[in-house]
Every structure is written in C-alpha cells, then in structure tokens.
Design a protein around this ligand. Structure first.
Ligand SMILES: *[C@@H]1O[C@H](CO)[C@@H](O)[C@H](O)[C@H]1NC(C)=O
Ligand SMILES: *[C@@H]1O[C@H](CO)[C@@H](O)[C@H](O)[C@H]1NC(C)=O
Ligand SMILES: *[C@@H]1O[C@H](CO)[C@@H](O)[C@H](O)[C@H]1NC(C)=O
Ligand SMILES: *[C@@H]1O[C@H](CO)[C@@H](O)[C@H](O)[C@H]1NC(C)=O
Ligand SMILES: *[C@@H]1O[C@H](CO)[C@@H](O)[C@H](O)[C@H]1NC(C)=O
Length: 424
C-alpha cells in the first residue's frame, strides 16, 4: 500500500526532523552574570513560585526574554515530580470523575505510526487515534465553508521572522502553534509575533513528542508549561487551541487537554509536508507543494481549508508566501485559525489586543470578554497593521457564524463517533 509506505517513510524522517529541530533552534537569550552569589532578581528566586496564585487584570509579568521570565520553566522535557499542584489536582479530579479514558499509552517504534497494545484498536471509538484518522466531534479538522484557517506550526524560530514580515505587510492575521521550548529560546521572535503582529498564539506542546506515547502526567507537563509560558508572555492570555505534534492524539490525550486546560484539539484537512523541505530526504518539493496548493485553493469551498504549514525553514515559509496570492485571488476568507468560528481567539481574551479576563492556566470558568466595540463596528479602529482585511473582520465580528465546525472531512474514510464517554 503506497500510503502505508509513505507514512513509514514520513515517520522515519520525522524522527530525523525531531533531532535536527533542536540543532536549528537559535538561542537569543544571554546568560546572567557569573557572580558566585545570587542577587535578589536572580532567576533562582523564582524557581519555587509555581503554585496557584491569585491573578488580577493589573498583574504584570516579567519582561519576555529576561532571566526572571525564563527562570520558572523546565529547559527540556518537564519532570513530572515538579508539576504545579493545581494542574495535578485537576488531572486527578478528572480521572476520579471518569473523564479521562483509561486507555494505554501508545508504543513508539522507529518507522511506523504509534501502535497500541493487543486488543486496542486505534480506529475504534475507545481509542480514536487521530494518527489513524479517527475523527471525534469537538476536534477541529475542517474550517467552515469558504474559510481558510491559517496556522503555522513549530515556531518561534529564526525562519518565523520573514513569515511575520510578510503577514504584517499583507495585514494578515494567523495562528502560531508554538513549541514551548522554542518560545524559551527565541523570545524576540515571540515578541514580534505577539506584540507587533498581534497574531494568535496557540499550543504545540513543550518538546514536540508523540503525545499518545506519554503518561497522563507527561501530557500534563507538555501542555501545561506551554500554556503557562504563553499566558505569562501575553499579559495573561490563556490559549484556546492546541495541535498535537505529528497530529498524534487520542481520546485520553484530548480529554486531558479539554478537562484540565480547556483546550480544543486542532488537526488539519490538507497537509503540505512542507516541514520536510529542509530535511536531508524531503518528502516533497516546492513545486509539488505549489501544485497541491493550486488544487486545494481552486477546489470546492466546502469544507473550508485547514492546511498544515510550518514556520520551520526558509523553504517552508516561502511555500506559503508563494501560495498566498492564490488564497486571496480564489476568494478564500483567510482567517487566523483561532478566529475561525468568529469568536474569541483565547479562552479569556477576544484577541491579542483586546482586554483580558484575569485567570490562571487551568481555570475553566473564565470567559473571554466580548469583542471590543471598536472592532465590531469598523476594522479601521483596530490597531493598524494587525487586522485581517475588511471582509474578514466584518464577518468575524458580525456574529453571523455560530454553527459548529463541519466534522465530515472529504478525504477521511473513517468517521468514528464517541458517544457518552467524551462530552463537548
Ligand atoms: C507566571 O506568572 C505568575 C503570575 O505572575 C507567577 O506566579 C508564575 O510563577 C509564573 N510562572 C512562571 C513559570 O514563571
Ligand atoms: C474498542 O476497543 C476496546 C478495547 O479493545 C473495546 O473494549 C471496545 O468494546 C471497542 N469498542 C468498539 C465500539 O468497538
Ligand atoms: C501533492 O504532493 C504530493 C507529494 O507531496 C504528490 O504525490 C501529489 O501528487 C501532489 N498532488 C497534486 C495535486 O499535485
Ligand atoms: C529564502 O531564500 C531565498 C534565496 O536566498 C530568498 O530569495 C527568499 O526571499 C527567502 N525567503 C524567505 C521567506 O526568507
Ligand atoms: C484505521 O483506518 C484507516 C483508514 O480507514 C486504515 O487505513 C487503517 O488500516 C486502520 N487501522 C487499523 C489498525 O484498523
């Protein structure tokens, strides 16, 4: 089966990609002074302040990129022993309440998709692995008719800069599924995306693992620390969406994301394979991506498009830039993915410039304040250089789109609905 073969090759290269990811990460953080004592503002003093603290709207956070900002986060995969108690308590309560399906972790073997122990069918509704294209209502695979939900994975990275410049020049908003450790290592690029472009920031885990292969507590750390660094670097905004690395999620992982952190899982309905362009053995070429894009962008408008793209390399960014004119000329309504339903981009804020309802990561009772009056009337009153084009802003703010996303994807052969176990 060619598709099976392709996915084996993909997984093999993915493993290479993971290794070379870290090599590509530039570190623009300067180490603090080498004095033997630790002054009061030294990061070590913040190390143990990981508890649940009262937050309010006037809360200020350390400058993104500063030693104090960086101090509280794990440098690599998070130890499960030092997870904030509030998150662990929430997880345990959800497990006790039967909200986290008790299915085993997947097993990783070089070169093939994650597998499950004997007796667990990844395609059935109990496991429902998105790697096997099992779709569950509540996850996002498709966009509403006519919309192209724009998003980029794996940043912030040096290659993001050209993307952000292009987006700003075109007054185009996008969602960035950022990797937590890349935020830690590239704070200036992060600031450009959030402070300057005012783009939407979403979660792509702390260290980019196959999430189904991780324990409940490891899943907690991968999601939680990424939410925490985004929260503390965006004036307290709580992300609303996450995308599993390699699209690998299942009922257990998506339940932890939803029940503990209020996160909605986002996959895609078209894949460029652009991440592989900078690999030793690319799975595609810029020419093939352009041909794929041409087909998708001139094709049917139902369902809308969720195209998997990466801000990983010059070539992957360039393939988006080359396709962008077709997105607009074919009259797609190009919106930031986090705004695809016309609602708020964060759990507690309408977007990256609107007011924030103060809340901690894991606070599921919080609601986003309504769209600011200025943005619901004219887009001209929004900060310049940050909003999408007029028709998009009007549609996004018009409140006309309220129905749930379409879950039946044209290219997906298996549709599995889970009844009773997982509620939206
Ligand atoms: C995030 O910000 C809160 C509120 O200022 C603070 O208590 C917490 O320690 C910060 N988290 C990290 C990891 O620095
Ligand atoms: C799915 O697989 C599990 C584990 O083998 C089994 O208990 C369950 O009955 C299956 N569900 C369906 C709907 O086939
Ligand atoms: C899309 O790209 C893949 C390779 O990544 C290629 O096999 C396929 O034929 C392309 N489809 C179109 C319509 O060009
Ligand atoms: C990628 O590199 C090429 C060749 O140096 C350059 O022309 C192009 O502008 C670059 N694209 C981006 C997005 O940086
Ligand atoms: C799961 O479904 C996909 C798509 O229908 C199919 O290709 C695959 O073989 C199935 N896997 C299993 C383990 O049944």
């Amino acid at each position: 089966m060619p598709s099976r073969l392709a996915s084996s090759v993909l997984l093999a290269v993915v493993t290479l990609a993971t290794a070379s990811h870290s090599a590509k990460i530039a570190n623009d953080y300067d180490q603090p002074s080498s004095a033997w004592y630790q002054p009061d503002d030294h990061p070590v003093h913040a190390l143990f302040k990981r508890g649940h603290v009262a937050v309010d709207a006037t809360m200020s956070y350390p400058e993104v990129g500063s030693a104090q900002w960086r101090a509280g986060y794990p440098a690599a995969e998070a130890p499960t022993e030092t997870l904030p108690k509030a998150w662990v308590d929430r997880l345990n309560a959800a497990v006790t309440a039967g909200k986290i399906p008790n299915i085993p972790q997947s097993i990783l073997t070089q070169g093939v998709a994650p597998t499950y122990p004997e007796g667990y069918d990844p395609n059935n509704s109990t496991v429902c692995s998105s790697t096997y294209k099992c779709i569950t209502p509540g996850d996002i695979w498709d966009a509403p008719t006519g919309k192209l939900a724009l998003s980029f994975d794996d940043g912030p990275l040096p290659a993001s800069t050209a993307l952000l410049q292009f987006l700003a020049k075109n007054k185009q908003k996008a969602t960035h599924f950022f990797i937590g450790t890349n935020i830690l290592n590239n704070p200036q690029v992060f600031k450009t995306a959030f402070n300057d472009n005012k783009d939407d920031i979403a979660v792509h885990t702390w260290t980019h693992p196959y999430m189904t292969s991780k324990s409940n507590e490891q899943v907690l750390g991968e999601l939680g620390w990424t939410m925490e660094i985004i929260h503390n670097s965006t004036g307290g905004r709580i992300p609303k969406y996450w995308r599993p690395p390699y699209g690998d999620s299942d009922m257990r992982v998506r339940a932890i994301a939803k029940e503990v952190f209020g996160l909605t899982t986002v996959i895609w309905n078209q894949d460029t394979n652009d991440w592989s362009l900078s690999e030793p053995v690319p799975l595609t070429t810029s020419t093939e991506i352009h041909a794929n894009m041409t087909q998708w962008l001139t094709g049917p408008k139902t369902p809308g498009l969720v195209i998997l793209e990466h801000e990983l390399s010059n070539a992957s960014v360039q393939s988006f830039i080359d396709a962008y004119p077709m997105m607009t000329s074919n009259k797609w309504n190009v919106v930031s993915l986090a705004a695809l339903d016309g609602g708020a981009s964060y759990q507690n804020a309408y977007d990256s410039s609107a007011p924030v309802a103060a809340a901690n990561v894991g606070d599921l009772n919080v609601k986003a304040p309504a769209a600011p009056a200025s943005s619901s009337t004219t887009q001209a009153s929004k900060p310049s250089g940050t909003t999408a084009g007029k028709p998009k802003a009007a549609q996004r703010n018009g409140g006309s789109y309220n129905e749930p996303v379409t879950f039946v994807s044209v290219g997906v052969t298996l549709f599995s609905v889970l009844l009773g176990i997982y509620s939206l």
